[in-house]
Design a binder for this molecule. Structure first.
Ligand SMILES: NC(=O)c1ccc[n+]([C@@H]2O[C@H](COP(=O)([O-])OP(=O)(O)OC[C@H]3O[C@@H](n4cnc5c(N)ncnc54)[C@H](OP(=O)(O)O)[C@@H]3O)[C@@H](O)[C@H]2O)c1
Length: 317
């Protein structure tokens, strides 16, 4: 099969397909014929720095998510040909991931998919919508009368979040650090758009829930931007800072403001079913910003890196 294999920090120009044997199914694992996969900011982190860490399997096929068909169910609950998705749980880090024609995946991180969306669109769903769903409903306890602020709304996750929150009936404020992207956020459905130049305290009002996708770089400012009773969920690290140094929760989380975080490592069949049911019920179209085929994987990664694609970059296989 064709696959991308990484062993060390790899610039985009060196990303290429390598021929390798199709993996053999083993007990507790499922062989999936990959039909599409989305690209993620997290794979850029792996490719440009995290690959050096000891806990990363090397060489490794990257890719933290995919949709496809079961090629060999082994001793799992799945049937050959069944439509499935898979995400996270060490995929593309501690075991080989989805940048390939086939992926051998642990049964507990493979989920049946009940959807008629075409592969190119379906590929935009698993990681992005699971993360959006968990952040909004598990962490932020989002309700229709909430005003949701999405900080760093121009990423693929931001678009999905706006779509879900608007379908629920919320008022949504999106931030971007580029005025040129105001139109896009309007198109995505945001009711109000705010230019984020590093400080939004004083620029947003009556916000009850915040999804912060910029992360620790500006999180202290997010905490002071909201009123008492608001919940702030940090899910993203687009700001490039991964931790809060010398964080004093007593003094830095304002009284009556709640801080939480979401980690997409623990998907379940139940939640994936809820997501597809919600998409169906509200007739929502997951947004693939640009679709490439596997032979153009280098172009796909370059497109994602260019920040010119609006929405998820998806690769079909
Ligand atoms: N916690 C979890 O489990 C989890 C799961 C999935 C994703 N995430 C995180 O969520 C974030 C979004 O993920 P994604 O896959 O949707 O990303 P993505 O689509 O690859 O994000 C790229 C977009 O983000 C915008 N951006 C980049 N740097 C920015 C900055 N400093 N400030 C504002 N916007 C910036 C860029 O648009 P412009 O610069 O042109 O505006 C770019 O087009 C990432 O940090 C990712 O690691 C976390």
């Amino acid at each position: 099969m064709k696959a991308v294999v990484l062993e060390k920090v790899t610039p985009i120009e060196e990303i290429k397909l390598t021929e390798m044997p199709v993996p053999q199914v083993k007990s507790g694992w499922v062989l999936v014929k990959v039909k599409a996969f989305g690209l993620n900011h997290s794979e850029k982190v792996l490719r440009t720095m995290e690959i050096e860490e000891n806990y990363i399997k090397k060489p490794v096929i990257p890719g933290i998510e995919c949709v496809g068909e079961v090629a060999d169910p082994g001793d799992s609950r799945f049937e050959k040909g069944q439509k499935v998705c898979a995400l996270m749980g060490g995929m593309g880090r501690s075991f080989d991931g989805s940048y390939a024609e086939y992926a051998l995946l642990p049964e507990h991180h493979v989920f049946a998919v009940h959807s008629d969306l075409p592969w190119g669109q379906l590929g935009a769903v698993p990681e992005t919508y699971f993360t959006a769903w968990g952040s909004l409903f598990e962490c932020l306890q989002l309700k229709p009368d909430d005003t949701l602020l999405v900080r760093g709304a121009t990423c693929a996750l931001g678009y999905a979040v706006i779509q879900l929150a608007k379908a629920l009936g919320c008022r949504v404020i999106g931030t971007t650090h580029r005025e040129s992207k105001f139109g896009l956020l309007e198109e995505a459905g945001a009711d109000e758009i705010v230019l984020d130049e590093g400080v939004i305290t004083g620029k947003v009002h009556s916000v009850t829930k915040v999804l912060d996708l910029i992360g620790p770089r500006n999180l202290r400012d997010t905490l002071t931007a909201v009123d008492k009773g608001a919940i702030v969920c940090n899910t993203g690290i687009l700001g490039g800072v991964f931790e809060l140094d010398n964080f004093d929760p007593i003094k830095e989380i304002p009284n009556g403001v709640y801080l939480t975080g979401f980690f997409s490592n623990y998907p379940t069949q139940e939640i994936m079913d809820e997501i597809f049911a919600f998409l169906n019920a509200h007739d929502l179209q997951p947004h693939a910003g640009q679709v490439f085929d596997l032979d153009h994987i280098q172009d796909a990664v370059a497109a994602q890196d260019s920040k010119k694609v609006n929405g998820k970059v998806v690769v079909t296989v």
